[in-house]
Design a protein around this ligand. Sequence first.
Ligand code: ZN
Length: 252
Amino acid sequence: MPTTTVPNLPMPDDEVERALVVTAHPDDVDFGAGATIATWTDAGIEVVYCICTDGDAGGFDLDFPRDQIAGVRRAEQIEAAKRVGVHDVRFLGYPDGRLEASFDLRRDISRVIRQVRPQRMLVSSPERDYERIGRSHPDHRAAGQAALDAIYPDARNPFAYPELRLDEGLDAWITQETWIMGAPHAAHLPTHYVDVTDTFERKLSALRAHESQTAHMDDLAEMLGNRLRITAEQGGLPTGRLAEAFLVMATA
Ligand SMILES: [Zn+2]
């Protein structure tokens, strides 16, 4: 049962047909929003992931053959997606650790927006969180900025990247609302809390699919449970509930 402090936002899930998630790395969506994604797919929303890099600079095992990591991480993300009901994962193939909100990235995200035609999008925050440095990986900020720039103005402007329309037949598209994960507390929008108590186990399962990233985290369930419990308390949910938190902005 979602709760909200945002007037008129978000749209009810049953009015959303398609949602598009844009992140920098395989595993970002699962850490930030995996349990919420499960509530969306349960509600019948068709969710597509667009991952800007293959996460080829990630991992913890120095002996892992580096030329295999990109393929492994793609496969892990595809499996993790399945565990929360997502069966369409698209990779843009940018190099991990060097992502920039470039015109190329904006065009490539705009292409996916026009292909998927989502009513709702979920992206990383382009803002730095000064309270928790790990949230604000430069790639996350770049992906968030490029995605928001693609949402407005690029994807809706038929004259932006005209080759998308003229060569690929992709018409302009306006995304109604955008959810932002990992935003600093001091951001300018009220926070939307999703009660994810019932889908928390599927978030954990999705994260365990990212074996190259999480196999060494013995305390993953406890660490995440504590974090989501605190988030729920901040959102005024009943004691013992778990929540993921987002900024939700109107982008129509
Ligand atoms: Zn990441």
